[in-house]
Design a protein around this ligand. Structure first.
Ligand SMILES: [Mg+2]
Length: 412
């Protein structure tokens, strides 16, 4: 069970993915997702230059010890690059342990706590008619819970809209919202919070009128509001019974959530850009959120995110793991094994990958009537076709950024 080989594989089938592949002396392999959207090559360098030499010869069975060694021995802790690199090692070691045991990873984590994972998809539109079509398309694909994002009159291009003009110009396809644009420099989008705050409640009113009270609806504020603006939005959305309002304020300021919480009963989800349990210390202890948005890929892997979710479970705070297309199928599988096993699972974000990605990553997880399941193959249940991956070399890609009408850079 000594680690004999550690390879960092970069491939760009529909977008960039970074995968760590570990091979043991007895021939077992494990995969880990290290994809950090828009800064992929920083993690590649971190892994190749600094982590791979530490892994060769180590005992692949010692997952916790390896995690602590990589985290503490670096001295410079935390941050998305470090934690994505550690996450990839951690996932690959769980994959190997599952294969060695002949069990899916969720069995090693305590076994299934449910039959499947409720997942939500992303509906969006430039106007209500296009949004309703998108909701119907998602329902036809089996989605039972749906995130609602809408364009705002007067703004030309904003987050979360699959049919943004810039998106169509760059890719020519609409399979889902994919904000990172390959080749070239970051797209500039525009923003006006007051217009957004006026418009979004009218969108939710229209969606509830069209689709009724039952369907769980979610919305992502994408870090753009001040605390009092977020409080105002949460309050104005209360009649429409949201499953959650996500990232209503920039997440670094944990105290901001106190003010939001004092003013609204709309459930709050936060943390897709958090990396460690310490990022959640105050907001969990003070019960300022309802859902933890971290991805296995960006939060130090299964080992560390399980600690975050166990801590949150004391306060009835549930999981809502990040799962857009920049989480690779390996990272998605890891999320599903963890989500199936923990008691405080809430919901899983799930955007289907493109056909090219599915050909590179052979998956055994399933999508059935709105529920995901990681499958029962030993380990994580995902294999990488290295030859197919080699057909798609890395292409630099940037996420967009925002400017206000007067030219000020705003949170994207
Ligand atoms: Mg989000």
């Amino acid at each position: 069970m000594r680690i004999d080989k550690a390879e960092v594989i970069v491939t760009s089938p529909d977008r960039n993915f970074v995968t760590l592949k570990l091979t043991t002396a007895d021939g077992l392999t494990g995969l880990g997702d290290a994809t950090l959207n828009g800064r992929e090559m920083a993690v590649v360098a971190y892994l190749s230059e600094h982590v791979v030499p530490l892994l060769l010869g180590r005992d692949a069975r010692r997952i916790e010890d390896t995690w602590q060694f990589l985290y503490r021995s670096a001295y410079w802790r935390r941050g998305p690059v470090t934690m994505a690199a550690i996450a990839a090692v951690d996932m690959a070691l769980w994959d190997i342990k599952g294969k060695a045991a002949g069990m899916p990873v969720y069995e090693l984590l305590g076994g299934a706590s449910r039959n499947g994972l409720l997942a939500y998809g992303h509906a969006s539109g430039r106007d209500n008619e296009e949004l309703f079509d998108s909701v119907r398309e998602h329902q036809a694909q089996g989605y039972r819970a749906i995130r609602i994002q809408s364009a705002v009159p007067g703004l030309k291009s904003i987050y979360g809209i699959a049919s943004n003009a810039t998106y169509e110009e760059n890719s020519g396809v609409r399979y889902d919202h994919e904000p990172a644009q390959r080749g070239g420099l970051p797209n500039e989008e525009d923003w006006d919070t007051r217009s957004y705050l006026r418009h979004i409640p009218t969108v939710f009113e229209a969606v509830r009128n069209e689709f009724g009270p039952e369907v769980p609806l979610l919305h992502d504020g994408h870090h753009r509001m001040t605390p009092i603006q977020a409080a105002q939005l949460g309050k104005s959305l209360e009649p429409y019974d949201l499953f959650w309002l996500e990232d209503c304020t920039p997440a670094e300021n944990q105290e901001a959530l106190r003010l939001v919480r004092q003013h609204t009963t709309t459930p709050l989800a936060i943390g897709e850009i958090f990396n460690t349990v310490w990022d959640y210390q105050q907001i969990v202890r003070e019960q300022l959120i309802d859902y933890v948005r971290s991805a296995v890929t960006h939060t130090g892997g299964i080992t560390h995110l399980k600690k975050v979710l166990d801590y949150a479970s004391q306060y009835q705070i549930k999981s809502g793991m990040h799962g857009p297309t920049d989480i690779s199928p390996v990272g998605m599988a890891a999320a599903m094994h963890l989500g199936l096993s923990i008691h405080n699972f809430g919901i899983q974000e799930y955007m289907k990958h493109g056909e090219k990605t599915d050909a590179v990553f052979e998956q055994s997880y399933t999508w059935n009537d709105g529920f995901l399941h990681p499958g029962d193959k030993p380990g994580l249940g995902v294999e990488l076709d290295v030859d197919e991956a080699g057909n798609y070399p890395y292409i630099r890609a940037y996420l967009p950024y925002n400017r206000l009408a007067d030219g000020t850079v705003h949170d994207w």
